[in-house]
Design a protein around this ligand. Structure first.
Ligand code: ADP
Length: 290
């Protein structure tokens, strides 16, 4: 099963829970901002934690923040926030509002660019909710009942691109996610658990690809299965694979396990690294030609 590093679980569960408790004279920021390198599992592990805690999550994507055409994003945030509150009330459980890749939606490309009108509206809305979490109204209607307070979790790459007042301490608690070797060992061991890869091989693999983010190891596992599927297609023949894989009883065919030896893992991993490098070179070439 999947492994959640203790520190990640701790930060997330404490932030969410304290937002639902009435702590005496403690000002609790509504937003938790998890930032760090792409592909390190911020989004993935948030979902694992939500499931583990049995809480309700309402999602917003960067695309929805960005596009004024997709309906008014500022209104949508308020709507989703209230939705999460409704869920919490009807289920009698905690809920969160989750916004993935915020910096992609409302960040600046560089320090000299201006924030668009839409971005400013979204920032203002988030700040407003953080400052008045129990009074979140939809434009054009007024609800005298207080709104249920709902913690907001945002993930992103580089929070330096965000509007500074939004990430102020009173509004947002920051959590920089940079997994240690131990965290990575736990996560990668979880990824290959079902395949029976021994702990010593996991260690060697993680150390061999020390520069790679967590998603590399997930992709590596899926590559190994691709290879096996390809072999099966070649053995059976592309014209026969369709009837061969689905039996008359509708059950899928038994599948041979891929080769999970350390040597093979490193071999496929090295191919993946070479592909990454090819992309980087092509990008350099196109930058050079510009
Ligand atoms: P980020 O949000 O930091 O950019 P993601 O959450 O998208 O990264 O994670 C990328 C991929 O890494 C996931 O799709 C998953 O395959 C893998 N991954 C991350 N964390 C774990 C974990 N704890 N266990 C198993 N796989 C994980």
């Amino acid at each position: 099963s999947y492994y959640i590093p203790p520190k990640f679980l701790d930060r997330l569960s404490v932030h969410i829970t304290k937002n639902f408790l009435a702590l005496p004279n403690v000002k609790v920021p509504l937003i938790l901002g998890i930032h760090g390198r792409k592909g390190e599992g911020k989004t993935f592990m948030c979902e694992l934690v939500f499931k583990r805690m049995g809480l309700g999550a309402v999602y917003m994507s960067a695309g929805e923040l960005e596009s004024p055409d997709a309906g008014d994003p500022a209104r949508l945030i308020r709507l989703r926030y209230r939705e999460a509150g409704e869920w919490s009330r009807t289920h009698g459980r905690m809920a969160v509002l989750m916004i993935n890749d915020v910096d992609a939606g409302i960040g600046r490309v560089d320090a000299s660019t201006q924030y668009t009108v839409n971005t400013q509206l979204v920032n203002a809305t988030l700040m407003n909710i953080a400052d008045n979490p129990t009074n979140v109204q939809l434009p054009g209607s007024y609800d005298a009942e207080p709104t249920q307070r709902i913690p907001i979790i945002v993930t992103g790459n580089d929070f330096a691109t965000l509007y500074a007042p939004l990430i102020r301490d009173g509004r947002m608690e920051k959590f920089f996610w940079d997994p240690t070797r131990d965290d990575r060992l736990g996560i990668v061991a979880g990824i290959f658990e079902a395949d029976g890869v021994p702990r010593s091989d996991v260690e060697a693999l993680v150390d061999h690809f020390a520069e790679q983010a967590t998603d590399f190891f997930g992709a590596l596992r899926s590559r190994l299965y691709d290879e096996q599927v390809r072999t099966l297609i070649h053995q059976v023949g592309i014209d026969k694979i369709s009837q061969e894989v689905v039996h008359s009883d509708g059950k899928p065919t038994e599948f041979q396990k891929p080769n999970f030896s350390l040597q093979h893992l490193i071999e496929i991993g090295t191919e993946m690294v070479q592909e990454q490098e090819r992309i980087r070179e092509l990008r350099l070439v196109s930058e050079y030609n510009e």
